[in-house]
Write a protein that binds this ligand. Structure first.
Ligand SMILES: C[S@@+](CC[C@H](N)C(=O)[O-])C[C@H]1O[C@@H](n2cnc3c(N)ncnc32)[C@H](O)[C@@H]1O
Length: 235
């Protein structure tokens, strides 16, 4: 079985669109993600990027995990940002690391611009290399601390395995959003998310959407991985 291909089918990528937002055809996306997996495997030892080297583990724990939120992200784009032209929408991945979720998302949505924010120089070098190798003309890598970014830069900021959303970091992330923008946080257990959100002093408006990651959430993952959720926080 081709795990990546089967996973993309299970996530509905064959349809070529989610909520009326066109996505890269599944065969092209699969080819890009295969190339990305090879680059991750080649550079992982040198750059200490991700915690696994196996092809299928990378496909499931990183690529399919990142792409599992795409249907929700497309529904946000087609609803919340319906009035914006494609080239006006600005999306970001904060603390991108090896490019997750930013590289899979930017590959699937070539019509939108993504900024990958990462504070470590060598990881930014890796991200620029990936973007060039995958032909991602819609990606800019910015070497910076989230705390040092200007305010009101992005419509939608995604982040995964970044930082706990405590008071200071929530303020930093909401500050870099344009008015009406939203944060999309890839998280694990719902109970922990609620605790994290309820501890924030100025309770932002948020919703939790369960994610199904093929070959992970329903069986093989660790306890932490078996429950995956996307938290959408509004500014
Ligand atoms: C645990 S890694 C996760 C990487 C990736 N998002 C993933 O899911 O695999 C966190 C990344 O965030 C970066 N980072 C941490 N704090 C940051 C900050 N304040 N501004 C920008 N990047 C930051 C780190 O350098 C690291 O690459």
């Amino acid at each position: 079985m081709n795990t990546l291909h089967e996973g993309l089918l299970q996530l509905g990528f064959e349809a070529g669109e989610f909520s009326g937002i066109q996505i890269l055809p599944i065969d092209e996306l699969e080819a890009k993600m295969e190339k990305y997996i090879s680059i991750l495997q080649e550079y992982n030892a040198k750059f200490d990027l991700i915690n696994t080297d196996g092809h299928d583990e990378i496909a499931v724990r990183h690529i399919l995990d990142s792409l599992s939120a795409l249907p929700k992200i497309c529904s946000i784009i087609s609803g919340r940002f319906a009035s914006l032209a494609e080239d006006q929408l600005s999306l970001a991945d904060i603390g991108s690391g090896a490019g997750l979720p930013g590289i899979p998302l930017a590959s699937a949505l070539p019509q939108f611009h993504f900024t990958l924010i990462e504070r470590m120089t060598k990881r930014c070098g890796f991200l620029n290399h990936c973007a060039a190798e995958l032909g991602l003309k819609n990606v800019t890598v910015e070497e910076n601390q989230a705390e040092r970014l200007e305010q009101k830069l992005f419509d939608l900021c995604a982040f995964r395995a970044f930082r706990p959303l405590e008071k200071k970091m929530a303020k930093v992330l909401l500050r870099i959003l344009k008015d009406g923008g939203c944060l999309c946080a890839y998280k694990a257990k719902k109970a922990n998310i609620i605790e994290e959100m309820e501890a924030l002093p100025q309770k932002p408006k948020y919703e939790i959407f369960p994610l199904v990651v093929p070959f992970l959430t329903e069986n093989a993952g660790t306890e932490e991985e078996r429950e995956r959720n996307l938290v959408v926080i509004e500014k």
